[in-house]
Design a protein around this ligand. Structure first.
Ligand SMILES: *Cc1c(COP(=O)(O)O)cnc(C)c1O
Length: 457
């Protein structure tokens, strides 16, 4: 047995090695992410304004650019213990298959019923809603992982959960919907006739299959119209990246246990929450000048917010009811091509990730969906886990890097985030298996209307 093989297939942590605090990367950023703006006044949103929509403790976390460590309440840690710490897996079988000298690790977040990392923030947001004495929360869900995670968290804490699900997913993934209902959530396909904004969107675009931006508008309107309800969001916001830092903190602890120093850290990027959570502690070391890492965001070529978007203030939702966020964006009117099947379809990107990217502290690449599903298939066959299409963007990038190492002989250590499983994505896999999947990369002309819709500010 070589020295090397002493690293186990799975690096498990003990329960008491789980982080006691979330890590707030903003504290180590000299140039902070831009504040959310009130679309009416153009001024930064105050806590009081935000508290009309969001829970008070979450607003405090959202606005806190300075506190480095924020304690994880015991109640949330206890919930985490049901499915965390999550394993860091050495992809020995994938390395062997690729015949690469690179060493590949992945942090697997799919070991819970929601099938993704989203539960890490769902339980935190539900906890603060409960603590505030609210009756329930409203939200949107696209592919369905966030709605599932939130319904699980709400069931645990006995909160009402109202989910607006993008219509195309509602129809394509009926079983996702049933999981949410099993956990007690009510699920409405969006756009719907139950909200004013939904009726307006349907009147303007009859037959639309919906978008995340549209479902967000409906969920916000629903929360505002009900006593004792607030709106919660599963990605993009600073607070969500904060909660997701458990992923990166555990990864760092596991690596340090075996004296492993990663060269490259890769995450898929939709709204930026898993990526932000995975990279935060590593980025912190980089910002403090203690270490250097090659940090890479991977996005779909069909929804390229970092690689082709503009860094500008934009609406977070289609109905323009939410505050403005400064982010890399394709414009709130952008909707990916109908043949896009791989998730990660939000038009914008977390303001934290956007600012780090703009400062050149990390890179971004885009990948095409057939290449993503090829990577997913290879990974499933050798590592056993059926990956979510979203996660498979990171797999693609890790495989490509490992293949480059094979050319150069570099023994690079690559860590990537395997955010979830793909059991509810079989319609997309079916398309791939039938050879019916193709790639569509938007032209500059396709992107222009989205940019034209950016608010003038
Ligand atoms: C939601 C989701 C993503 C993308 O969201 P981020 O906020 O960018 O992390 C990635 N993978 C899975 C499995 C998801 O459910």
């Amino acid at each position: 047995m070589s020295e090397e093989m002493k690293i186990p297939y799975k690096i498990y942590l003990e329960e008491d090695e789980m982080p006691r605090d979330w890590y707030n990367v903003r504290a180590d950023m000299t140039k902070k992410p831009a504040p959310l703006l009130n679309p009416g006044t153009g001024q930064p949103m105050t806590a009081a304004e935000l508290e009309g929509v969001f829970c008070a403790d979450l607003v405090a976390q959202e606005l806190d650019n300075d506190t480095r460590l924020i304690p994880i309440p015991d109640e949330i840690r206890d919930f985490y213990k049901m499915y965390r710490p999550s394993p860091l897996v050495r992809a020995y079988c994938l390395e062997k298959k690729l015949d690469t000298p690179a060493k590949i690790y992945y942090k697997f977040e799919g070991n819970n019923t929601s099938g993704s990392h989203k539960l890490n923030s769902a339980i935190a947001q539900a906890y603060y809603a409960k603590k505030q004495g609210l009756k329930g929360v409203t939200t949107e869900t696209g592919a369905g992982q966030w709605g599932t995670a939130l319904s699980m968290a709400c069931a645990y804490l006995d909160l009402d959960c109202r989910v607006y699900m993008v219509k195309v997913s509602y129809e394509q993934k009926p079983f996702r919907r049933e999981v949410m209902r099993t956990y007690g959530a009510s699920v409405t396909p969006s756009p719907s006739m139950t909200t004013e904004i939904g009726r307006k969107i349907l009147a303007e675009h009859p037959g639309t299959t919906g978008s995340l931006g549209c479902a967000i508008s409906e969920a916000v309107e629903d929360a505002l119209s009900r006593d004792g309800y607030r709106y919660v969001l599963g990605s993009v916001l600073n607070q969500v990246l904060l909660h997701q830092s458990v992923i990166g903190l555990e990864t760092m602890t596991a690596l340090k246990k075996y004296g492993i120093k990663p060269d490259m850290i890769i995450g898929c990027a939709g709204g930026g929450s898993n990526l932000g959570g995975l990279i935060s502690p590593f980025m912190g070391e980089k910002l403090r000048g203690e270490a250097d890492y090659d940090i890479v965001a991977v996005e779909p070529a069909s929804c390229p917010s970092l690689t082709r978007g503009k860094y500008a203030y934009d609406f977070c939702d289609t109905g323009k009811v939410c505050p403005l966020a400064k982010m890399y964006t394709l414009g709130s009117g952008f909707i990916p091509s109908p043949n896009h099947a791989g998730g990660l379809r939000y038009h914008g990107m977390s303001p934290i990730i956007s600012e780090l990217y703009d400062q050149g502290l990390m890179r971004a690449i885009s990948v095409e969906q057939t290449a993503v599903f090829e990577a997913a298939e290879l990974f499933a066959r050798v590592e056993g886990i059926l990956p979510a299409p979203e996660s498979s963007h990171a797999i693609r990038a890790a495989i490509d890097e490992a293949l480059r190492c094979k050319e150069t002989g570099e023994e690079k250590t690559i860590v990537f985030g395997l955010t979830g499983t793909g059991y509810f994505d079989m319609v997309a896999y079916e398309k791939f298996n039938n050879g019916e999947m193709n790639d569509y990369i938007p032209t500059d002309e396709d992107l222009q209307p989205g940019f034209d819709s950016l608010p003038k500010i």
